[in-house]
Design a protein around this ligand. Structure first.
Ligand SMILES: Cc1ncc(C[n+]2csc(CCOP(=O)(O)OP(=O)(O)O)c2C)c(N)n1
Ligand SMILES: [Mg+2]
Length: 324
């Protein structure tokens, strides 16, 4: 069983992603910021549980729907929000934006709009760890639709053959853009795709933080011990559709959607922690208040920041190479 301290850590990471997402969407709706936004709302439990097993020296790669992964890994909120809002103080000085933000200080190494585009990059990071005999682990996050892409299959094969310290975490939210998953594949369990490459494949309820933690722990321990990769299929749901504000979600069955929202993993975990005596109502309220302060300070910082100077467009683009 997970310790109360770990469970509090998981909830803090979930709430940090949740509160950030709620605030960003409010700012978009109010017209304060103009961003094409892909929300991770509903999927917070997955990276929150995984991240409690990692340090800043462990790596993650993710994609356009990765803001919850990035926040759960510990990225500083002010610089992240500034990046998303296109400000000069952004962690990548506004050159990345939501779809390409990276924060190497906390191991957020790659992010892309290209479906499955960062899965091979996770292998590269893991290969670097093996070559340098570091015990760092790389987590590769991607969606269900991404498992139909060639790069996914090639990467799993190579990671298995080279025993790379990587954990492939598929966030199966049932849809790729506006298409139900089962219209694009004939396998019910994505975890079984691991069989083709000779690595363990596990399906888990990704909205159950404790179950997610147990499965992730086995995979991270295995990778750290040099025993090779694992594919985790974490079952979840996408509450805001594909792109926030542009997707009417009419293709999602109403009853399915309502059942998913009623089982929202954030309030569900909150209730469970109180019921099981892991944290008191007062302790949770204090934790939430701390996170909300951090979020509003981050938003204030980002909104007060200037846009980049147009002449900076060519700075930090190429490395300066001094000939030997
Ligand atoms: C290589 C490539 N093909 C197609 C697209 C268009 N596209 C953007 S998101 C998406 C769906 C991906 O679904 P999934 O992997 O399940 O991720 P989710 O958005 O559900 O998290 C597609 C097809 C793309 N960005 N890149
Ligand atoms: Mg999906």
């Amino acid at each position: 069983v997970t310790s109360n301290q770990t469970r509090a850590d998981i909830y803090r990471r979930m709430y940090r992603a949740f509160a950030s997402d709620e605030t960003i969407r409010k700012l978009i709706m109010a017209g304060t910021v103009s961003v094409i936004y892909y929300s991770g709302r509903g999927q917070e439990a997955i990276p929150a549980a995984v991240s409690t097993l990692l340090t800043d020296d462990d790596y993650i790669t993710t994609n356009y729907r990765g803001i919850h992964d990035i926040i759960a890994k510990g990225a500083s909120l002010g610089e992240l929000f500034a990046e998303i809002f296109g400000r000069a103080t952004g962690v990548n000085k506004a050159k990345g934006g939501l779809l390409h933000v990276v924060d190497p200080r906390v191991g957020v190494m790659a992010n892309s709009a290209i479906v499955a585009g960062t899965v091979p990059i996770a292998n590269g990071l893991a290969l670097w760890s093996s070559m340098t005999e570091s015990d760092a682990v790389t987590i590769s996050y991607f969606g269900d639709g991404s498992t139909n892409i060639g790069a996914f299959h090639e990467s799993l094969n190579m990671a298995a053959v080279w025993d790379l310290p990587v954990v492939f975490v598929c966030q199966n939210n049932g849809y790729g853009q506006y298409i139900p998953r089962m219209q694009t594949m004939r396998v019910e369990e994505i975890a079984t795709r691991a069989d083709s490459y000779g690595m363990p494949g596990v399906r888990v309820d990704g909205n159950d933080p404790d179950a997610m933690y147990e499965v992730a722990k086995a995979a991270v321990d295995r990778a750290r011990a040099g025993q090779g990769p694992t594919l985790i299929e974490a079952m979840t749901y996408r509450f805001m559709g594909h792109n926030f504000g542009m997707d009417r979600m009419e293709y999602m069955p109403k009853d399915e959607y309502q059942a998913a929202v009623a089982a929202d993993p954030v309030p569900a975990y909150r209730r469970r922690l109180i019921e099981e005596g892991a944290l008191s109502e007062a302790e949770i309220a204090e934790l939430e208040a701390q996170v909300e302060r951090e979020v509003s300070e981050g938003i204030e910082f980002a909104l007060a920041s200037p846009y980049p100077d147009p002449t900076d467009v060519v700075s930090d683009v190429y490395a300066e190479v001094v000939p030997a």
